[in-house]
Design a protein around this ligand. Structure first.
Ligand code: GRF
Length: 199
């Protein structure tokens, strides 16, 4: 199966997927990496793995919809079976969802529906919850609202800082992502209402 991975940062989730794809039994290949900015470590990881990449910056386009169209066209060029948002910090638009809405997944570093948005671990700490974690879901038109594929839980420790909790979550988040992407591409999936099932 063909994966396109979208990133905005360090790309540790991307790296986990690249590593997993080295095993033919995993059943997937990262055929391209897309980003919304340059100068990020994730793009270096793509280059090191010999995977082509493309960058589309919102500010290079007059309208947000133009950016969305450009992103959609670049992703479409690689004919992905699954598009993975792995720390991609942009909400895609109607064009993108029209093309890939049935196969676009995102990993979020909180236990949705609690703590959506870009400060999941910080918001969880501030709230005082005793468990935190990561959620893998199919992206819909909302912010971190789509049908949930999987969730993984870690404890919140009394002496946690935003950094220590973020790191604890990222470790299990990577494993969850790799495990589920493999299952999805090998088995296929159905989405009925909010319920996601592998075939
Ligand atoms: C992930 O924890 C994701 O949930 C959050 O950003 C992180 C991405 O990290 N939105 P990386 O770029 O994969 O290292």
């Amino acid at each position: 199966a063909r994966l396109v991975v979208l990133i905005s940062g360090s790309g540790s989730n991307l790296q986990a997927l690249l590593d997993a794809c080295e095993d033919p039994a995993y059943g997937a290949q990262v055929v391209a990496v897309g980003a919304d900015r340059d100068g990020i470590a994730g793009l270096e990881r793509a280059a090191a793995a010999g995977v082509p990449s493309f960058v589309h910056k919102v500010k290079d386009h007059a309208e947000r919809a133009d950016w969305d169209r450009a992103l959609t066209a670049s992703v479409a060029q690689y004919q992905p079976d699954l598009v993975v948002s792995a720390g991609f910090l942009k909400l895609v638009g109607d064009d993108f969802l029209g093309s890939f809405g049935d196969r676009y997944i995102n990993t979020h570093n909180a236990l949705l529906p609690a703590f959506p948005g870009i400060h999941g671990p910080r918001d969880a700490l501030e709230y005082g919850v005793k468990v935190a974690g990561a959620t893998l879901f199919f992206v819909d038109g909302g912010v971190d609202t789509g049908p949930i594929i999987g969730q993984v839980v870690v404890p919140v420790e009394d002496d946690d800082t935003e950094e220590t909790l973020t790191e604890r979550i990222k470790e299990v988040e990577r494993r969850q992502l790799v495990e589920w992407v493999g299952r999805l591409v090998r088995n296929g999936w159905t989405i009925t209402g909010r319920k996601v099932m592998t075939k």
